[in-house]
Design a protein around this ligand. Structure first.
Ligand code: ZN
Length: 242
């Protein structure tokens, strides 16, 4: 029996029979995997805590037929504050719901794990505004999976959108076509499929897309409202498009 050691966080748990659980773990080496945690529901189980939602552990696994089984585990971080604050827990549910939707089992998710751990650490410790953290996570998530928002030029006329010298203040995001447009090119478009983004929001999106995961929250915006709107429609556009 070959033992495999991975670090990972539980992003979904389901009861299986009376005492077992099937847990979905976002791991550093195996991607997102489903794993059987035998006896994990028993009060005296050594993996009782490790098989709970949002617990980050080092797992020792083995493969039985086509299924991973938990052999043993050691807690790295329980993220305690989420367990006593339902508002925070709901935010974690929102993030893991998206991760579960857009990642496939066994694809490389090491960067998604890094981004997610970083995000819940910031949320747990109230280091930034929660809405800004969630919006940033959503935009960066698609970037680490290889989908970058194409914000450098207007998709229709090719004009550079982030030109400092231009007096144009706004850029438009067409969430039906998932493209960015300048104010000239929106003239004949249906306005309800567009959201207006100010220049500083566009600079923030560009920063989020290109920076290192560790620094993704290291920016300031006077007003987050455009960024929040963008993150919601962009996430929907990407989920529907992938
Ligand atoms: Zn244009």
């Amino acid at each position: 029996m070959d033992l495999i050691k991975v670090k990972g966080i539980v992003i979904r748990e389901t009861t299986y029979k009376d005492n077992d659980k099937i847990i979905t773990i976002l791991t550093d080496k195996l991607g997102k995997i489903s794993c059987m945690a035998r006896g994990a529901k028993k009060n005296n189980s050594p993996i009782l805590a490790n098989s709970q939602y949002l617990v980050y552990s080092e797992f020792v696994l083995y493969k039985s037929k086509n299924f991973y089984m938990v052999n043993s585990a050691t807690i790295i971080n329980m993220f305690y504050k989420f367990r006593t604050n339902f508002d925070k827990m709901e935010k974690a549910f929102e993030l893991t719901r998206i991760i579960n939707l857009i990642t496939d089992e066994n694809e490389d998710t090491s960067l998604v794990l890094k981004l997610f751990l970083n995000t819940i650490y910031i949320l747990e410790n109230d280091l930034k505004n929660d809405d800004m953290v969630i919006a940033t996570f959503k935009i960066k998530l698609f970037c680490v999976l290889g989908f970058y928002p194409n914000i450098s030029k207007c998709s229709q006329c090719g004009q550079v959108l982030l030109n400092e010298s231009t007096d144009k203040k706004y850029v438009y995001y067409d969430y039906v076509s998932n493209i960015f447009l300048c104010d000239t090119c929106i003239a004949n478009k249906e306005l309800k499929r567009l959201i207006k983004l100010n220049k500083s929001t566009l600079i923030a999106i560009k920063y989020i897309a290109s920076c290192d995961i560790k620094k993704v929250f290291n920016y300031e915006l006077k007003d987050y409202s455009d960024l929040l709107n963008f993150s919601v429609v962009y996430t929907d556009a990407m989920i529907n498009g992938i």
